[in-house]
Design a protein. Structure first.
Lengths: 438, 472
């Protein structure tokens, strides 16, 4: 018997909420985070009878931009479709999504190893409302908040090209970084503006196995990687025992560090897709695509390249490239003679400098951190003498054993030197003098 | 003045108001009295606007001050109960929405209000517009004012009966396939279907979104044209409305004859099973058009029976989707409140959209729809209008729909092709069979409303088939 190929096969569906002004099909605000429930709704996003969707052109253009950034083909003729299922948070009992003519098809993400993770498609749809399960007057109730209903949502579907959690993490980071760089989404896992569904199985990539396990509702990259590692072990063990794996949806329990079954899928859901008759088909002209291409902001990989060329180590560049504002800051300070740009990058990445400030402030902080100050002993000695003379009480307190006054005296010397002296030098001189004067 | 207040057209009401022969309040009070008298029997109105008189008083004040400044100022209008009206319960004749007070106003009714019209009440219809008789209404069938033993047709049967019974001069209906033209034919009034996308569907409870077209019902072609010019136009709330400019259709009714007009008489539409006398009246109408100078030729189109299949599949699919939002979570009623017909349509639509069947049904229907559209395009290369009967029979007797779930489709066989193709068409009386009104329809290519109105107007001006029943 020839041994069957048994390798991990991992694919993703990733949802990213666009940060447009208004919702996908109405003029309600799209920013729904932490807003009073049901205060950002209208007949359209509530799915009231007779209400009709008007597509948000900005959201369509943002999706084209995302497609271009991921090397996708842009469909010149695109359309919306209705995807039907019943759920209390789905106001029309169908979601307006895209079925067979998504805005973008194909595309890929290149990992640092050079491996390409192919994208099947990138399409645009609307988000659902949100259920809140709570107790009201002692009764367990489920409430619906429709503020999120109709927020533009971009869905990435990848091919099952990923092989382990390390690749997964890099892949996810690259997607998040790119949509952030494009300025189209905050892609914030904690706020739910980026959501992941991993499909995991073990088998032959050329002849995909007849099952996949879907992991949903995991809200950090680290946890999804933990879940994938666990899941691959679990599946391998079962396969080794000769068991047959089933199609199911599993969740992740971070405390127990294990996945758990949520729902066994007996057959694939039938969403009864058909073209949304309320929205005529949409043509995306070459001119529009070219225009968006021209105005495409710098992409993270290009940013990393730019930063490393400035002399920044890749590990720092990688981190800084996540935030376009931080890149601009570093680039702006790169040609300053008194700044070692790699050192600045190090400070930023390691949290010694908060980069969300003006370039002037950052430069001052940098100089303060790197400035050794006055180390000339003569000048310091003179200042220390003055301070000891002026602060006899503090000196005697210290000599009586109150260590706390040392800090006070150092501060006084600092003041005496207009803050220019090196604190370590001050402390050295001060200690000697205090000992001697005892 | 020889005519009674309820016999006046829009133009005549405005003339009377200008000459101060009566006030808007008097007109509304007169019509409300008539409604009080006849409505319990005919079951036309589901809701009467309690503020109609107050509204009339306000308009009287406006007119006293500035004269008539708006196209429908002081004109009473009845509204089919599938247009959302903020101050009036809107049910679509379904128990499921029996207490539903809309949170917003439909574009059509807003435009009518802005033009000065007074909504006098909401009219009965087939529940969810599912039918061609009003017999599927959860609130009982409307009766035909010409013969209370007969049906008014549907689904806009309440609105067409309201105009026929002279309870209002004009009313609003909606067509998905024939739901204005067919009841207009059976009630003997003018019913107009605009091009799909000419009039906004915003705030109109959806039946089949890809063919729904709101249209007016009136005493004459002029009034239908006037109301159309008020309600038509692009709507920022309806992505399927056309940006083409709207004409003042009622001011373009200046034809004296039909010289140069080419009319196609579709031989496939003179179907087997059509009442012989109805057929004769249609041929007579063709002769009349000829006598006015039109060229009338026999033309050929795809057998309308294919339209029934296409329409049934597409419409049921869209119905199953559009009604899904009434999921029992909101609107205070669960899905049991759907009546048999709605349930049947939801089931059929769900089936045809299901995986494995969609290609066989939905996709094939879309392909045939394209063929139907192309066929019309070919005919309209040579002809301005297509002439045909609206309904193969006069109004049928009560109970006729109950035995046949496809009753509507059989009734609407002659109006469905033009609906599927999104064309514009008018139904207007062309004679009587068994003392019941019969109608022809004139259909033009998309956005050719002007042609339809101007030819229909000449026809109506030169015939005397536009009559009203004696209600006793």
């Amino acid at each position: 018997m020839t041994k069957k190929k048994q390798v991990p096969i991992i694919g993703f569906e990733i949802h990213v909420e666009l940060s447009t002004q208004s919702k996908m099909f109405c003029s309600c605000p799209a920013d729904h985070f932490a807003k009073e429930p049901n205060t950002q709704t209208c007949p359209v996003c509530l799915g009231l009878p007779g209400a009709l969707p008007i597509p948000n052109q900005k959201a369509i253009e943002d999706t084209v931009m995302i497609g271009l950034a991921f090397h996708s083909e842009i469909n010149q003729e695109t359309k919306f479709d209705r995807k039907h299922y019943f759920y209390p948070d789905l106001s029309k009992s169908y979601q307006i999504s895209q079925y067979d003519q998504p805005i973008c098809h194909g595309g890929y993400v290149t990992l640092d190893s050079g491996k390409k993770i192919r994208l099947t498609r990138i399409h645009l749809e609307e988000d659902t409302g949100k259920l809140q399960h709570r107790s009201l007057n002692g009764e367990a109730v489920s409430l619906v908040d429709f503020n999120r209903s109709g927020v533009p949502l971009v869905e990435f579907v990848s091919e099952p090209d990923l092989s382990n959690s390390i690749e997964v993490k890099e892949f996810l980071k690259k997607i998040r970084r790119t949509v952030r760089a494009l300025g189209v989404s905050n892609a914030d896992m904690e706020k739910g503006s980026m959501r992941l569904e991993a499909n995991i199985s073990i088998g032959d990539p050329d002849n995909l196995p007849d099952y996949k396990v879907e992991i949903k509702n995991v809200n950090s990259f680290r946890y999804i990687c933990n879940a994938i590692d666990y899941e691959l072990k679990r599946q391998q063990k079962l396969l080794d025992q000769g068991e047959k794996l089933t199609q199911e949806t599993r969740g992740w329990n971070q405390e127990k560090k294990e996945t758990f079954s949520q729902r066994i899928k007996e057959e694939s859901a039938d969403y009864r897709y058909f073209p949304e008759p309320d929205i005529p088909p949409i043509s995306i002209s070459n001119d529009l695509v070219e225009d968006i291409k021209k105005n495409l902001p710098q992409l993270p990989q290009e940013k990393i390249d730019q930063l490393t060329k400035l002399g920044i180590e890749k590990r720092f560049a990688d981190h800084i490239a996540d935030n376009p504002a931080h890149v601009n800051l570093v680039v702006a300070l790169a040609d300053q003679k008194d700044i070692d740009i790699n050192k600045l990058a190090n400070y930023i990445v390691n949290g010694k400098i908060n980069p969300d400030q003006s370039t002037d402030q950052v430069k001052k902080l940098y100089l303060a951190l790197t400035d050794l100050g006055i180390t000339d002993t003569k000048i310091i000695e003179k200042a220390v003498d003055t301070v000891i003379k002026k602060n006899q009480k503090a000196v005697s307190d210290y000599q009586a054993g109150n260590q706390n006054t040392l800090g006070f005296l150092i501060g006084q010397v600092m003041q005496e030197t207009q803050g220019k002296a090196n604190p370590q030098s001050i402390s050295k001189v001060l200690l000697v003098k205090l000992k001697n004067s005892q | 003045m020889t005519k009674k207040l309820h016999q006046l057209s829009i133009k005549e009401i405005h003339q009377g108001l200008e000459k101060k022969e009566f006030t808007v309040q008097e007109l509304i009070e007169h019509l409300l009295k008539r409604i009080d008298k006849y409505n319990p029997d005919l079951n036309i109105f589901l809701t009467i606007n309690p503020n109609a008189i107050k509204h009339a008083q306000e308009i009287d004040k406006q007119i006293a001050k500035e004269g008539i400044t708006k196209p429908l100022q002081g004109i009473p209008i009845a509204i089919k109960d599938n247009f959302l009206t903020k101050d009036l319960v809107t049910t679509a004749s379904s128990k499921l929405l029996k207490r539903y007070l809309p949170q917003y106003e439909s574009t059509v009714t807003q435009k009518l209000r802005d033009a000065g019209a007074i909504i006098i009440g909401k009219t009965n219809m087939d529940a969810w517009a599912h039918g061609s008789s009003t017999e599927t209404s959860d609130f009982g069938s409307t009766l035909n004012p010409w013969d209370k033993g007969r049906l008014p047709g549907g689904s806009s049967g309440g609105s067409t009966a309201a105009v026929a019974a002279e309870l209002v001069p004009v009313a609003m209906g909606t067509e998905t396939a024939g739901s204005v033209r067919q009841p207009a034919a059976w009630c003997g009034v003018v019913g107009f279907k605009p091009t799909y996308g000419r009039v906004s569907r915003y705030g109109c409870i959806a039946m089949a979104s890809s063919t729904d077209s709101p249209g007016p019902i009136a005493r004459n072609v002029h009034d239908a044209a006037l109301v159309t010019s008020v309600i038509a136009g692009q709507d920022k709330y309806d992505a399927t409305t056309s940006p083409l400019p709207v004409k003042k259709y009622h001011t373009q009714l200046n034809r004296q004859d039909l010289k140069g007009v080419k009319v196609g008489l579709v031989k496939e539409y003179l179907i087997d099973g059509m009442d012989k006398q109805v057929k004769k009246l249609v041929l007579d109408a063709a002769e009349h058009l000829k006598s006015l100078g039109a060229q009338v030729d026999e033309v050929s189109l795809l057998d309308p029976k294919y339209s029934i299949s296409v329409y049934t599949i597409l419409q049921r699919a869209e119905v199953s989707s559009n009604l899904a939002r009434f999921d029992g979570v909101r609107y205070a009623q669960d899905r049991q409140s759907f009546s048999e017909e709605a349930k049947r349509r939801i089931m059929l639509g769900t089936y045809t959209l299901s995986a494995g069947y969609r290609d066989a049904y939905y996709k094939k229907a879309l392909a045939v729809r394209t063929k139907i559209v192309n066929e019309f395009d070919q005919v309209f290369k040579k002809y301005d209008l297509i002439l045909g009967a609206v309904s193969p029979t006069p109004a049928l007797k009560k109970g006729a729909s109950a035995k046949n779930p496809l009753f509507g489709e059989m009734q609407d066989v002659l109006v469905e092709p033009s609906s599927i193709a999104g064309l514009t068409s008018i139904s207007l009386p062309c004679g009587f069979v068994d003392k019941m009104p019969i109608a022809i329809q004139l259909t033009a290519k998309q956005f050719n409303e002007s042609t339809v109105f101007s030819v229909a107007d000449v026809y109506q001006q030169t015939t005397d088939f536009q009559q009203f029943p004696d209600l006793k």
